[in-house]
Design a protein around this ligand. Sequence first.
Ligand SMILES: [Zn+2]
Length: 107
Amino acid sequence: MVKCPNCGIEAPADAPDCAGCGIIFAKFLAQRERERKEAAEFLARAEARPSAAAKNRRGRVAAVVLLLIWCGGLFWYYVDALNELDERVQSDLRARSRASAPAVSPR
Ligand SMILES: [Zn+2]
């Protein structure tokens, strides 16, 4: 006696099909083997994919870090340039007001 792999009913060992659910054992087992292989292949592909995703993630992280460094450098460059410009404008204004204050009297 063997147990039907589909419904679990006991069938004679030499029976070609199941008396309970009607499946043909050889066909059913071949089908199950094919599905098992497909599932294994699918799993292998699914396992191969995360490493590529991780590589992409590392690349993205590196790109973001580089972008942040670049933006930071640009930011500090402009802050520095603006500070310098501001100082120049301030000293220019001071010099101009010192030069023009005695000549032009306020209304
Ligand atoms: Zn069965």
